[in-house]
Design a binder for this molecule. Structure first.
Ligand code: F6R
Length: 614
């Protein structure tokens, strides 16, 4: 987590740093800071606990000038969010400033060694060791060479990092590197820039350079960027990336918050993803880069993801098992890393990750790759680490997702997972072309079904009064609807801070039913599917104990209408497709409740959008 930026050469350095950090706030927003080098070659650091908006005020009062600087927005790992733990961190001389995204795992040993050698620490962070290591290298073996000093400093680190460093002895340069955490750089006629992702750069360029792990790049004021690889050889032909979206995609565009904007973008995102995916031979998924024969050999699928992306995986598992008849294992990435993975020679690994940078997911994919599995990524971010490491990648093209709570990426990822399931099923002969076409045609109706939900938001609004003061809620569903229950509960808890527990409806009687008392809110996802009647019985069990039943049900379902206290209606669709639509009600419900509680829906407490630590 954490976002970093750096720039040199531009007379708008402070603007770039602050605006860049604002676009990276989704990565963390506990504290923020910038360091610039003034024309008289002095280092100026302004940092504070809180958001970039607070930093902006502080910077105004500090009257910062300069054309070279670095910045940071933090998601605390080591050291509480506070002014002193905010980045940039400086060395003992006050000449060197460092920003860091990642975790230095051996920081305690390094800190002890550096203290022993006389260094004084001003924060509780793991990151500060880098400033002191750089200082030692700068004054010692690197003899005033920025590249050598950074190489020397990182040689002693264990863990993950993206780093940007400035030093007043080289007042017009920024030196950056990465190892496990993302970093891109860009050169323009005005200067050279670095950032954790393309968002801060989208307003100034359409082309960025992706640094590989352990590359070190020197950014100079004339816009020159020189990159050296881990062996010290100059990288003449670095990987580049074209930014294919408008910078305005990451602005509010009239919406009160990014979450409502992103919810509203779902129909178009799905339409984009589906376009041209069906040919007269079946589903077109060239990104898989596997022949029909290879796909037909797949005898096991591993699905890996975290949070919302894991919930996509739950539905993907059901679809692949049902349509392609292939056994599927699904694991939370963080659990998979420490469990026994049983793979065959023909195991396909599906990693699902909106950001493509989630450390746990990425580490799990690497592990499966080292075991010989083919890795296929479903992600939203072009050029992300997950995409780079995979054998094939489907970009869901939902556009930048800024709100921490994932919405449009979730539904787009579900559509992508459906395409993968259909492709596998057709390749191994478990589905005919006509059967595949039928599901695809139903997928084409999803955008309009979601638009119908947008016209029914009054159904969600009516619940706000009831739920605003709720302490706890239960979400129930069976089969694919249990994934909707998990995702609906996650939305509610992460942005409204109401404890929301999701359970397979049939399991409720084995424990969670003890929670139900008079007026206790129970959200039951009960579409017209093969477990409809079973779920109705579970609803009855909760109702007869006083539960206030909020059902998400198929239009015209009289049985549910008679039983539930409130119904959120969804147009009729088949069992595996309806979850893509039902969840939209639950996204909107969580949004309304959080707003009614006066909470910041885009930046819920303790969270960050991109979780780049294990
Ligand atoms: C919840 C949410 C998180 C992410 C999780 C994985 O709304 O967004 O649970 O789904 O942190 O992130 P990605 O998909 O980027 O790997």
């Amino acid at each position: 987590m954490c976002g970093i930026v750096g720039c040199t050469g531009t007379d708008k350095a402070v603007n770039f740093l602050l605006n860049g950090l604002a676009t990276l706030e989704y990565r963390g927003y506990d504290s923020a800071g910038i360091a610039t080098i003034s024309p008289d070659h002095n280092l100026h650091v302004v940092k504070c606990q809180g958001r970039v908006a607070t930093l902006r005020d502080r910077v105004k009062n500090a009257n910062l000038v300069g054309t070279c600087g670095i910045g940071h927005t933090r998601w605390a790992t080591h050291g509480v969010p506070s002014d002193r733990n905010a980045h940039p961190h400086t060395d003992c001389s006050g000449k060197i400033a460092v920003v860091h995204n990642g975790i230095i795992e051996n920081y305690e040993d390094l800190r002890a060694q550096l203290k022993e050698a006389g260094h004084e620490f001003k924060s509780d962070t793991d990151s500060e060791v880098v400033a002191h290591l750089f200082e030692d290298a700068w004054n010692g073996p690197a003899k005033g060479n920025l590249i050598a000093a950074l190489r020397n400093a990182v040689a002693r680190l264990e863990g993950s990092w993206a780093l940007a460093v400035v030093c007043t002895d080289e007042p017009d340069s920024v030196v950056v590197t990465r190892h496990g955490s993302p970093l891109v750089v860009a050169s323009t006629p005005e200067g050279a820039y670095a950032a954790s992702d393309v968002m801060p750069l989208a307003a100034i360029t359409k082309h960025v350079i992706q640094l590989a792990d352990d590359d070190i790049a020197l950014l100079q004021k004339d816009g020159t960027i020189t990159i050296y690889d881990a062996n010290g050889d100059e990288v003449k032909d670095p990987a580049t990336l074209d930014i294919d979206w408008d910078a305005s995609a990451a602005t509010l565009g009239g919406y009160p918050d990014f979450m409502s904007k992103e919810i509203s973008e779902q129909p178009e995102a799905i339409e984009r993803l589906l376009k041209g995916r069906l040919t007269d031979k079946g589903i077109r998924l060239d990104e898989l880069d596997m022949s029909n024969e290879e796909l037909a050999q797949v005898d096991r699928v591993y699905i890996i993801g975290c949070g919302t992306s894991y919930h996509v995986g739950l539905i993907a598992r059901n679809m692949i098992q049902h349509w392609a008849k292939i056994p599927v294992d699904i694991e939370y990435a963080s659990e998979f890393l420490y469990s026994d993975a049983l793979v065959t020679d023909h195991t396909l690994c599906l990693i699902i990750t909106q950001s493509g940078e989630t450390a746990d997911t990425f580490a799990a994919a690497r592990r499966l790759k080292s075991m010989g599995c083919r890795i296929f990524a479903i992600t939203n971010v072009l050029g992300s680490s997950a995409a780079r490491e995979s054998d094939g990648t489907i970009y869901v093209q939902a556009g930048p997702e800024v709100s921490v709570s994932s919405t449009k990426a979730y539904t787009a990822q579900m559509v992508a997972a459906t395409l993968v399931a259909l492709r596998l099923a057709q390749a191994n002969g478990n589905m005919t072309l006509d059967e595949v076409k039928k599901v695809y045609c139903e997928l084409l109706t999803v955008p309009d079904a979601i638009r119908k939900i947008f016209k029914r938001t009054w159904q969600d609004k009516q619940l706000v009064k009831k739920l605003k003061h709720a302490q706890s809620m239960l979400y129930l569903g069976r089969g694919s609807s249990s994934a909707t229950a998990y995702e609906g509960a996650l939305k509610m808890k992460e942005i409204s801070y109401i404890h929301a527990e999701a359970y397979p409806a049939g399991e409720m009687k084995h424990g969670p039913i003890a929670l139900v008392e008079s007026g206790f809110p129970v959200v039951a996802i009960v579409p017209q599917d093969h477990v409809h009647d079973k779920t109705l019985s579970n609803i009855m069990e909760a109702k007869s104990r006083g539960g206030y039943i909020i059902a998400v049900a198929t239009d015209g379902d009289e049985e549910v209408a008679n039983l539930a206290d409130h119904v959120l209606w969804v147009p009729p669709m088949s069992e595996y497709i309806i979850p893509i639509v039902s969840i939209v009600h639950l996204q909107i419900l969580a949004l309304y409740v959080a707003r009614a509680k006066g909470l910041d829906v885009d930046k819920p407490r303790n969270l960050a959008k991109s979780v780049t630590v294990e």
